[in-house]
Design a binder for this molecule. Structure first.
Ligand code: ZN
Ligand code: ZN
Length: 404
């Protein structure tokens, strides 16, 4: 019988000992009976996201966990910025990170247009337009930030930025970095000129000038990335995939992979999210889907804050929500791990490995009884994120034989 799979990624889970917690990690310090139950009945180990010592982003790590090598399929930061703002992107599109900036007489006097956000949505709409065979969509993000997605024939990301990266300089003309970028550079320069014209005349900016504030009359673009032709999750893994995730960029990635994206009421993508609702939803989805990805972001948020007690408390709350996982081993394989470590002492992603546990009915426990950085390391597995999908498929009775 083939089983369904639930992969639960506790974002930034791994940590280092902290004096705030008597030299224990938040995971070690947390009351975590359900995680320990999974460890006591499952196969344990440590997992290196991407490869040992690599400090990775959530984006590259999640891609590798889902079976996609980011060295082949990573679309670049521009597309992820667009995904994070909830924009739809398709293979062949070109996406940029963008800023509203202040252009005075041809010189950028503030790259962030006073970090103003009010009115940016209107400005973004005004410069979302079609020109010939190309369509340009702009979406406003936090403060002055935005993303630009261009769709049309034969786009290339072999082009430079219009952002001069310094104040006191004119915006750069977009230049090809390779002859394959010639046409795209032309298209982009024509668009940016049109955008400049529209923005300068816009009511929102005229109002700002009248009130002595900085107008967002220039769209500076950078980090061009072309969305690669990427096989769907089903094509890649021969499973029907779903996700229960909070972060907009991760929802966007799952949509790009044509997985079914599910929202859960009260799931906020940060501390205090509806953890129980997410896990229950994932359990429900095992009847309609072969594979369910769950991401819980709160652990990473606490790590970036450098807040040991908060990270411990978040883990305790998540652990309580995991109760239903103990009774579905007859038809599901469960994996709990992190996408990288976010040590509270470092307040950023580190290259430390993360604990991992695989559980389903009938597997042999490897003698590990606790789920944490140290206990899991004495388990039977020492793997990278690229191995996770193979192990899950194998335990789910879904893998083909290698050889005869
Ligand atoms: Zn992450
Ligand atoms: Zn993070």
């Amino acid at each position: 019988m083939m089983k369904s799979i639930i992969l639960i990624v506790l974002d930034g889970l791994g940590d280092r000992p902290g004096s705030d917690l008597q030299n224990r990690t938040p995971l070690q310090a947390a009351f975590r009976p359900n995680l320990n139950w999974l460890a006591s009945h499952g196969i344990n180990g440590i997992m290196h996201p991407i490869s040992p010592g690599i400090r990775c982003g959530s984006d590259t790590s999640h891609m590798s966990l889902l079976g996609y090598d980011p060295k082949v399929y990573y679309p670049g930061r521009g597309p992820f910025e667009a995904l994070g703002l909830g924009m739809d992107i398709r293979p062949g599109d070109l996406a940029f990170r963008a800023n509203f900036a202040t252009n005075r007489d041809g010189v950028i006097v503030d790259r962030r247009a006073g970090r103003e956000n009010k009115g940016n949505e209107e400005l973004a709409d005004a410069i979302s337009l079609d020109m010939g065979e190309y369509s340009f969509r702009v979406k406003s993000g936090v403060e002055h930030r935005a993303a630009l997605v261009v769709s049309g024939p034969d786009l290339s990301d072999m082009i430079g930025d219009s952002d001069p990266h310094r104040e006191g300089l004119p915006p750069e003309k977009i230049r090809p970095t390779d002859p394959s970028g010639d046409r795209t550079a032309e298209v982009m320069n024509a668009y940016l000129e049109e955008a400049r014209r529209i923005l300068s005349d816009h009511r929102v900016n005229k109002e700002r000038v009248k009130n002595g504030r900085l107008p967002g009359n220039e769209l500076l673009v950078r980090s061009a990335g072309k969305v690669p032709a990427i096989p769907s999750f089903t094509e890649k893994n021969r499973m029907k995939g779903a996700c229960v995730v909070g972060s907009p960029w991760l929802k966007g990635l799952c949509r790009l992979l044509r997985m079914d994206v599910f929202d859960v009421p009260g799931a906020t993508g940060t501390v205090g999210s509806n953890y129980r609702g997410k896990i229950e939803k994932a359990v429900d989805l095992t009847s309609s889907h072969d594979f369910v990805l769950v991401n819980i972001k709160a652990t990473d948020v606490a790590g970036h804050d450098g807040n040991y007690p908060l990270k411990r408390d978040v883990i305790e709350d998540i652990d309580r929500a995991m109760e239903p996982l103990k009774s579905i081993g007859d038809h599901a394989v469960i994996c709990v791990t992190g996408d990288h470590s976010t040590p509270c002492s470092f307040k950023d992603h580190s290259g430390d490995p993360v604990p991992i546990v695989f559980y389903t009915d009938g597997v042999m426990n490897d003698g590990v009884h606790l789920f944490d950085e140290l206990s899991s390391a004495s388990g039977s597995l020492r793997i990278t994120s690229y191995n996770v999908m193979d192990i899950l498929m194998q335990l789910a009775g879904r893998s083909d034989k290698f050889g005869s």
